[in-house]
Design a binder for this molecule. Structure first.
Ligand code: MN
Length: 334
């Protein structure tokens, strides 16, 4: 157990006192962000049927997650009112909500706030912080909290939460898939999680634009002398394939499959911002540290960053002398 009973009690008091509870996940949401947002929202609604529970994300849920119950209820930026409590899900720091400027009061103790996250770089910005770096997903922490508070997991709730567990472990394949992940999966399946619906929607569905975008990622892989497998997508690649930024999710695992590499990186450019997604399979490489050099963050084996700028291709050529002609047997005809 990583959540103390005392902290669980503290949030219970916050929820009981709150007039409304707003749940917020990070911008450009992935399966864990959406799963934790919906799962937490539904749990709160069930525990406090008379309270208004609102779900917010500055960006809409990607199509992939439209199969999840209540995904149509996610609203954009919140309108806050006195007495609101706020739960942040899967957000390592305020700026990941993209509300840090428009709604700075969210982070200045004006409202009672709770932070549920698994990023080791979390800045513990809320009143109560459930930050569990060994958890593979934020959904895993929501399950633990629900069990501690004696909240029931319905089939709908379990489906939302299992989606986060599945996506953040790459279908239970990443190195973060601990015994506790399997325990959480078992817990959610017993509660009626619709596993096959998740597998189909998340891992077995791809639009032609996605496949074409991934084609470009794979085609443009190059290996650096430092041991990096690197691919880069320009705004033109997105335009030509008709794919949007969220469709890049998952492609990095293929770039990361090149044997013998220290790390993999996909750079992608959009609207004057270059994003980097980093992965490694090695224990002696820390990609979170690499990302932090560009003000990013994440986990040791999966991290990302985002910087202002555009991508410029750089072509490197080197002349290789024909070693075989110098040292090999001469067949010059003399
Ligand atoms: Mn996550």
């Amino acid at each position: 157990m990583s959540i103390s009973a005392k902290d669980a009690q503290k949030v219970q008091i916050i929820f009981e006192k709150a007039k409304r509870v707003l749940c917020v996940c990070h911008r450009n949401p992935d399966g864990d962000a959406i799963g934790a947002l919906l799962g937490m929202g539904l749990l709160l609604e069930q525990a406090y049927p008379s309270k208004k529970i609102l779900l917010h994300c500055v960006d809409p849920a990607p199509d992939t997650f439209h199969f999840l119950p209540e995904s149509g209820r996610i609203l954009g930026t919140p309108e806050l009112a006195d007495g609101d409590a706020v739960v942040f899900l899967d957000c390592a720091e305020p700026k990941q909500t993209n509300l840090h400027e428009s709604h700075a009061e969210l982070f200045t103790k004006t409202y009672l706030t709770i932070n549920i996250d698994h990023h080791p770089t979390n800045t513990l910005f809320a009143d109560v912080n459930f930050v569990v770096p060994n958890a593979a997903s934020s959904c895993e922490i929501v399950v633990e909290l629900a069990d501690l508070l004696g909240w029931q997991l319905t089939s709908d709730i379990a489906t939302c939460l299992l989606t986060g567990v599945y996506t953040d472990t790459g279908g239970l394949l990443h190195s973060n898939t601990t015994a506790n992940v399997y325990r959480t999966v078992a817990r959610l399946l017993r509660a009626g999680a619709r596993r096959q619906a998740i597998v189909t929607a998340v891992f077995r569905t791809a639009k032609p634009s996605t496949l074409k975008l991934w084609g470009r990622v794979l085609e443009k892989i190059h290996l650096t002398p430092e041991g990096g497998a690197i691919s880069a997508l320009t705004q033109g690649d997105f335009r030509a394939t008709g794919a949007d930024y969220s469709e890049l999710t998952g492609a990095i695992d293929y770039v990361n499959a090149v044997p013998g590499m220290r790390f993999s990186l996909i750079l992608s450019e959009r609207d004057g911002i270059v994003k980097g997604s980093l992965r490694t399979l090695r224990d002696d490489v820390d990609v979170a540290a690499m990302a932090s050099r560009f003000s990013g963050g994440g986990h040791r084996k999966a991290a990302g960053f985002s910087v202002l700028g555009t991508l410029q291709p750089e072509v490197r050529w080197k002349v290789v002398e024909p070693a075989a002609m110098q040292s090999g047997p001469s067949h010059s005809g003399e």
